[in-house]
Design a binder for this molecule. Structure first.
Ligand SMILES: *[C@@H]1O[C@H](CO)[C@@H](O)[C@H](O)[C@H]1NC(C)=O
Ligand SMILES: *[C@@H]1O[C@H](CO)[C@@H](O)[C@H](O)[C@H]1NC(C)=O
Length: 255
């Protein structure tokens, strides 16, 4: 939706700059965000060709999105930079063709019979993981901007409250807190541990990223340097304009 409005906004500005006899009607009585809503409006605004091009590049609902699963630890620096520099920017642009699952756990270990965990980054590491697991569980899809905000803060754990208030204001902080200290947090960590231990091949480091449930060294390398290109490449449907640079073509062909 964002990219669509960008194109339309962009077309709008392009219109303003075009001159000569190809100049369309200055106003068709609809704001650019509405131009492709119906065929009638598109015709009235003289943009039916552009709207059809956009329509043809919308993700085909019968093609499965690329499923990206990230096994990570909330405090590991490499994980934080992957989340902030690759995953979230890519997800922002490609969320129509990808789904993201975050599994905070990584190299933690469950201490048998003791109801607790040992984390690579010690007690704060465990705490940060369980906070993020709880935010993911309680907040649903709105959790991604919250986790992004935490991962890019200097203090991941203390950022949880302000990041939640900023990005998911309808979620009660108490719900997160009671998850973190109660049984839910513990069982979420246990589930994440089970998922992480059942990886085949077993993870060797974090972040460990699978695509449609499959791990490949080559994909892992590409994910670290250009996740965006990799997701575009792995998507089996017609590539969205943002993947192919069609937005630029649209721009150039317009006048
Ligand atoms: C939250 O965790 C519970 C218990 O594991 C699970 O049943 C539920 O589906 C989870 N919700 C989400 C949004 O992941
Ligand atoms: C569109 O074209 C103009 C001039 O031709 C250029 O300055 C601008 O960067 C282009 N925008 C995009 C999104 O390609």
């Amino acid at each position: 939706m964002i990219s669509l409005s960008c194109v339309l906004l962009f077309l709008f500005f392009t219109y303003e700059k075009c001159d000569g006899k190809s100049h369309p009607k200055p106003s068709c009585g609809y704001p650019p965000s509405q131009w492709c809503r119906t065929l009638e409006i598109a015709v009235e605004c003289g943009v039916q060709k552009q709207c059809m091009e956009l329509d043809a590049t919308r993700p085909d609902p019968s093609v499965a999105p690329v499923e990206v699963t990230v096994y990570y630890e909330s405090l590991c620096p490499g994980c934080r930079s992957f989340l902030t520099e690759q995953l979230f920017p890519t997800w922002t642009m490609l969320k129509d063709i990808m789904t993201v699952h975050l599994v905070p756990y990584g190299n933690a270990e469950e201490i048998p019979g003791q109801n607790s965990f040992l984390c690579q980054h010690g007690e704060p590491g465990c705490k940060a993981n369980v906070f993020e697991a709880c935010i993911l569980n309680v907040t649903g899809q709105a959790a991604f901007p919250v986790i992004y905000c935490m991962a890019s803060s200097s203090d991941v754990i203390n950022a949880a409250l302000p990041c939640l208030q900023l990005n998911a204001p309808s979620v009660e902080w108490e719900a997160i807190q009671s998850c973190v200290i109660g049984g839910l947090g513990h069982s979420l960590m246990h589930e994440n541990g089970v998922k992480t231990r059942s990886l085949k091949p077993a993870h060797k480091y974090v972040p460990w990223v699978t695509f449609n449930g499959v791990y490949k060294d080559d994909w892992e390398d590409k994910a670290m340097s250009s996740l965006f290109n990799l997701v575009c490449m792995l998507y089996e449907g017609i590539k969205p304009p943002v993947c192919t640079g069609a937005l630029m073509k649209l721009n150039r062909s317009f006048c």
